[in-house]
Design a protein around this ligand. Sequence first.
Ligand SMILES: [Zn+2]
Length: 336
Amino acid sequence: MHAPGDVRTEELDMPVVVEPTDAIIRVTATCICGSDLWPYRGIEKLNGPQRMGHEYIGVVESVGEAVALVKPGDHVVGSFVASDNTCEICRAGYQSRCVHQVMMGAVGTQAQYARIPLADGTLVVTPGEPPADLVPSLLAASDVLGTGWFAAVAAEAGPGKTVAVVGDGAVGLLGVLAAAQLGAERIIVMSRHADRQALARRFGATDIVEERGDEGVKKIKELTDGLGAHSTIEAVGTQESMDQAIRATRAGGHVGFVGVSHDVSIDGLELFFSSVHLHGGPAPVRRFLPDLIRLIWDREIDPGAVFDLTLPIDEAAEGYRAMDERRATKVLLTTD
Ligand SMILES: [Zn+2]
């Protein structure tokens, strides 16, 4: 990305092992994230031309001398944050805030090859070469599925719970899938787009609320005997979505917030009297990856359905335009 709205596919040097803990992978599929739209729209500052992308699946090409758990030829999925998976924070399940974390966006995985730092901690090997129809789902596990899953876990979605989902982008939709998998009784998704509503229902949503803001909150209260949801997933990151999430949650309930927060402030007194639990941040996708890969491999879940446009990486610029103009929910980029 050279500037807001200016994405180009360019020939760069082949990545090489720099640290002994690195692996080089041939990226077999990558994608464009909703969070890539923040700099695309000029909301997040760019410091000159920047490599893009943090979601990836691929095949290990070579490894540094300290890498022991992955080897050339392995098919792998990794998180959008590289982590050692051994420090105290990682062992507690918060690999996205590993003391040695490397944000993969700085590496840039919208590419044919990528250097993966901390390969042993970051990469999870799949049971074999993925069948073609599982590629989108495995790629989704790299971020949007893992993020939606964390949001549902942070919101304590589960049996007997009513879950509200604020945001009908890929993460919100996969938050619906996660809440359903975790056994939620009722899942209310806030959405105005017919195609996204349909996908939400396919993933397990039981109710749709089209109203936004205070009207949307009112509607969720009406659906929950005036109390609000037990669990709310916030998957946007704006002031409006955060306010909606907190206000739609009942006293004692939980908000799992995973939309990258932009200019959000929370009124202390309102939070005080809301009596809700707030838990969120960059999702520790690595914590969930082994389970998510198994669910996908066994065809128990189909998160790859969030991809509604596939383009060759040479046409990445069109992919960004399509997501920016909401012509696409999630764009998969092929690399061969
Ligand atoms: Zn760590």
